[in-house]
Design a protein around this ligand. Structure first.
Ligand SMILES: [Zn+2]
Length: 300
């Protein structure tokens, strides 16, 4: 059974990123075994400054990873967008700066994946922020490519931040009984979740969220079980506009928006997920409502 670590180590070559440097886009360079770069992109959303942060790039073989379909059908869908599998997929996080707070949505993989992800700290620094500046972190879910950046060498990487995680998500991945009954590709998350959450819990910085909780006025957490049992959608409203941060509710917008019954191999509860993805498409088209996904092509 494929794990996330297997996926990244499987030899899907990661190309060199080469973003154009524009007036609102800067690039942070990081020396690695191969030339790499990471980036950020700043936009204004109502009263918030919204910063998209790229943690890295993965090549995902969607013809193998999308389920409840056939490889041939996936390749055909991708071809309509001039894409072939494997597809370069960004791993994105987002920072909302406003209301006297700096709220980070997901943290990237940190050092918990042996791959060319984990670049978020460099983009954050290039955007003018230090880890100490972050007041709140909302974790969409506990998969390691979203939460691994919370810790560095076993210690809190964002020393002044309160961590918001759905109680349902924490309860699931910290439950030894559930770990004992888990499939192989779920074991990685059961193993990593305590390493990610315990330092924040011990420091009194872990807030277990319920459906409908707010981080600050305008930022609401909505429970969306499907990809994982306690996935959170983050709804941000400002000046009459709404933006939805979807977490991993979809991985291939080219395929899954059109056919939301098609799932991803790591989706835990596929039947619950597809109606949510189906809702996203008309919502995307509704006036004044946008969406962002960690797997959208950076920086959108
Ligand atoms: Zn995930």
């Amino acid at each position: 059974m494929l794990t996330r670590r297997d996926l990244i180590k499987a030899g899907f070559a990661i190309p060199i990123l080469a973003y154009t440097v524009g007036s609102s886009r800067l690039i942070a360079q990081k020396k690695m075994s191969s030339a790499r770069s990471c980036g950020f992109y700043v936009m204004q959303f109502g009263t918030f400054k919204l910063v998209a942060l790229e943690d890295g790039l993965q090549m995902l073989p969607f013809d193998k990873l999308l389920t409840r379909t056939t490889p041939e059908h996936v390749r055909s869908r991708l071809k309509r967008d001039f894409l072939t599998s494997p597809v370069p997929v960004s791993t994105n996080a987002f920072l909302l700066d406003g209301g006297g707070r700096r709220v980070l949505i997901d943290t990237g993989a940190g050092s918990l994946l042996d791959s060319e992800v984990g670049l978020l700290p460099h983009g954050l620094n290039a955007a003018g922020y230090k880890p100490e500046d972050i007041t709140d972190i909302v974790l969409t879910h506990l998969h390691v490519d979203h939460g691994g950046g919370l810790v560095r060498a076993g210690k809190i990487a964002f020393p002044n931040a309160t961590l918001h995680v759905a109680r349902k998500e924490a309860d699931h991945w910290l439950d030894p009984a559930k770990r004992g009954a888990a499939k192989q590709n779920q074991q990685e998350t059961f193993a990593e979740a305590p390493k990610i959450l315990t330092p924040y819990r011990d420091a009194g910085r872990l807030r277990l969220a319920a459906d409908g909780d707010t981080v600050i006025p305008g930022i609401t957490l909505i429970l969306r079980p499907g990809h994982t049992p306690g996935t959170l959608e983050i709804k941000v409203e400002s000046n009459g506009h709404t933006i939805l941060f979807l977490g991993d509710m979809l991985h291939s917008e080219q395929v899954q928006f059109a056919e939301p019954d098609i799932a991803f191999t790591f989706d835990e509860m596929k039947a619950q997920l597809s109606p949510i993805v189906a809702q996203c498409w008309p919502r995307r088209r509704r006036r004044n409502t946008g969406w962002r996904s960690p797997t959208s092509r950076f920086p959108v």
